[in-house]
Design a protein around this ligand. Structure first.
Ligand code: PRX
Length: 653
């Protein structure tokens, strides 16, 4: 941390237009009032927000319970249901409003009203119940980006089952690990996914995950028939989605949950080889998402909201499955990819569906700039009023293009900093309340006590880099790591910082106006195309290959992906050269794709007879990062056990 230095470089400031300010949900006065209220009466602030924004079956009397820190509880004696809050409470006045515009890969689209969504969720929920799924059971969802994925998640929430969505791009090994850790009773999948005109089998990946015989908890595999191709079938536990809902009633009384009951588990990467099951609560999580919609996305009932994430990530959980529905929005669920049938798909869809609020990742923006910088200009994007960015820092060039070419200089950009663990936006603009700066996620939201600290937990001065923390517990924070309380406490509330500050894992600094600039992770986590990957996860996958003796993985800057994976590998046999090296590198790349998923595949593999180590045997990762970037090594290598490997490892295969 001490090595982090100030990197101030961007000074442009963009004011929202008068029109935006005049119509904004939160004016600058309202914003100040919210911040003051949170500072003066923290619990009262959150209690008011929870009463105003959620519909409770049994209102809470307790607000924050800190008696067992860092296992904080919020609204603990209140009862509610997330699906009721997302669907039923809108039926009085919005039954015929479109909840979901489901646009398929081939461009066909289907409008699903709140009433229809209610009926489909209830039927599927009843189907799950008929298969014996009960409150607290875990359900793994491994599905393509379909309306049914949202229906499956909502149906779990309705009956109190805990869903664990696994991104459809993960391989059978990753699916198996997650099924085992969560001890899932049911898997919900589709025979195939359809993306960019390509059909990819999902059901057979589930079969492969189950084929090792160590997933005893699984009783049924529910399969959505997304395409007409043949599907491998196991009579003993496979069942079609359409058979699950057959004859089921379109009414299903929600299971009234305690506010602290887990809503879902979502696995994410950390600094060890094993992904963490981030466990979210029902009440606090939902509240966080709703506030993000109202404050940051300035949500209006006339909006057409589009978050382009996949439901396999937290962004898709909060900004597709839960928060837009919880506020009664019309939103898009998009099955396809931004480049099919061509690189204008996003712009064409914004025109077609009159999207007002568009939320995507910098990596998508950068790739679309490359593929067609002028394409947005060919479409009518006048419906847009607000743009959002998430997942990684947005570079000023991409920001300016997004602002001028997509937003036509009219739409504020909300650069939202948050994490799987925080469940909802933490540091982000409130677009009608204060100006924005390209590359900064601006200021913490009201009630979020973010700070930047040194190793001892003391605040650092303005302009100096440090570790990003949140000093008070807040409702949407993860409650624990699934069945690993000790790891939760030591990872997020380390003793060095006093055990009560949430350690985000990012470094950041603050500028003269207090605006926060995220600099990157402080742990061994990479951010590849906005996807979070642990270097140790990839290293474990590599060393599981029979050819590999040792591996070290680092990131290197990449102009589209943000970061790319570089693997330094020592084989059990001789160091390969020429064609042999090419062959082994290709084999290892597909090995990683098979073990984890394509997203974790190294871009660059380098072979050495050994890795650079200190005399005590520690791998010198800083040195590897320098080599990965192709920079000249200026570090002191005199303590290296084996300096001659440096030359070998600077050569990409
Ligand atoms: O490093 C930060 C980066 O993404 C990490 C969280 O990843 P994940 O849990 O997968 O959630 C991504 C979507 C919320 C953070 O620790 N990150 C996320 N948003 C931003 C960001 N870095 C800079 N700017 C952001 N807006």
């Amino acid at each position: 941390m001490s090595a982090i230095e100030s990197v101030l470089k961007e000074s442009r400031v963009f004011q929202p237009s008068d029109d935006f300010v005049n119509n904004a949900n939160i004016s600058s006065d309202a914003y100040n009032a919210l911040c003051n209220k949170a500072n003066e009466d923290y619990e009262g602030f959150w209690a008011d927000a929870a009463m105003e924004n959620l519909t409770w079956k049994k209102p809470f009397t307790q607000v924050l319970d800190e008696s067992n820190a860092p296992f904080y509880k919020w609204f603990a004696d209140g009862e509610l249901n997330a699906s009721y809050n997302c669907i039923d409470r809108h039926l009085i006045d919005k039954a015929n409003k479109t909840a979901i515009i489901y646009e398929k890969d081939d461009g066909d689209s289907e409008h699903i009203t709140y009433q229809q969504l209610h009926d489909r969720v209830c039927q599927f929920a009843n189907g799950l119940k008929s298969l014996g799924v009960r409150k607290g059971d875990r359900v793994v969802i491994y599905m393509p980006m379909t309306a049914e994925a949202v229906i499956a998640m909502q149906a779990c929430a309705r009956i109190g089952a805990i869903h664990s969505v696994v991104f459809g791009g993960f391989s059978s090994g990753a699916v198996r690990d997650r099924i085992k850790d969560a001890e899932a009773k049911i898997i919900i999948t589709a025979n195939e996914s359809v993306r960019g005109g390509k059909f990819t089998p999902l059901k057979s990946t589930v079969d492969e995950a189950l084929s090792h015989g160590d997933c005893d908890s699984v009783e049924k595999v529910i399969v959505l028939k997304r395409t007409d191709s043949d599907t491998p079938w196991n009579e003993s536990h496979d069942i079609w989605w359409h058979d699950v809902i057959q004859g089921q009633a379109s009414q299903c009384e929600p299971e009234w949950m305690n506010a602290e009951d887990p809503l879902f588990i979502l696995y994410t990467s950390g600094s060890t080889g094993k992904p963490k099951g981030v466990q979210h609560s029902t009440g606090g999580y939902l509240l966080g998402g709703i506030l993000s919609m109202r404050w940051v996305f300035d949500y209006k009932s006339s909006d057409v909201f589009w978050c382009t994430a996949d439901v396999g990530w937290i962004t898709g959980h909060t900004f597709i499955c839960y928060a837009p529905l919880a506020v009664g929005a019309t939103q898009i669920v998009f099955e396809g990819v931004p480049t099919y049938p061509d690189a204008s798909r996003f712009w064409q869809m914004i025109e077609k569906h009159k999207v007002t609020t568009f939320y995507t990742a910098p990596t998508a923006i950068r790739s679309l700039i490359k593929l067609g910088p002028d394409l947005p200009g060919k479409f009518d994007l006048s419906s847009l009023r607000l743009l959002g960015s998430v997942g990684e820092p947005i570079n000023p060039e991409a920001w300016m293009w997004y602002y001028e070419t997509v937003g036509q200089g009219r739409c504020p950009i909300v650069d939202t900093w948050w994490q799987t663990e925080t469940g909802a936006h933490m540091i982000a603009p409130i677009p009608g309340a204060f100006p924005i700066k390209p590359g900064s996620c601006t200021l913490p939201l009201p009630g979020i006590m973010a700070d930047i600290v040194d190793e001892s937990g003391a605040s650092v001065e303005q302009g100096k880099g440090g570790s990003l923390v949140i000093k008070r517990p807040f409702p949407s924070l993860l409650r624990t790591i699934w069945r690993d309380d000790a790891r939760f406490a030591s990872t997020y509330f380390p003793d060095e910082l006093g055990g009560k500050m949430y350690l985000a894992g990012d470094s950041a600094y603050r500028d003269e106006q207090g605006y926060i600039w995220i600099m990157g992770r402080i742990d061994d986590v990479l951010n590849v195309s906005g996807h979070r990957l642990g270097t140790m996860e990839i290293e474990s996958a590599l060393v599981a290959n029979p050819l590999v003796a040792e591996a070290a993985v680092v990131g290197k800057p990449h102009d589209v992906k943000g970061e790319a994976v570089v693997a330094f590998v020592v084989l059990k046999g001789n160091r390969p050269e020429g064609d042999e090296a090419q062959k082994v590198a290709a084999e290892l790349k597909s090995w990683v794709a098979h073990e984890i998923g394509k997203i974790a595949q190294p871009d660059d593999i380098r072979f050495g007879e050994n890795l650079p180590k200190t005399r005590s045997g520690k791998i010198m990762r800083r040195l590897l990062r320098t080599l990965a970037k192709g920079e000249t090594v200026t570090q002191d290598i005199s303590t290296l056990e084996n300096p001659h490997v440096m030359e070998q490892l600077s050569e990409s295969v």
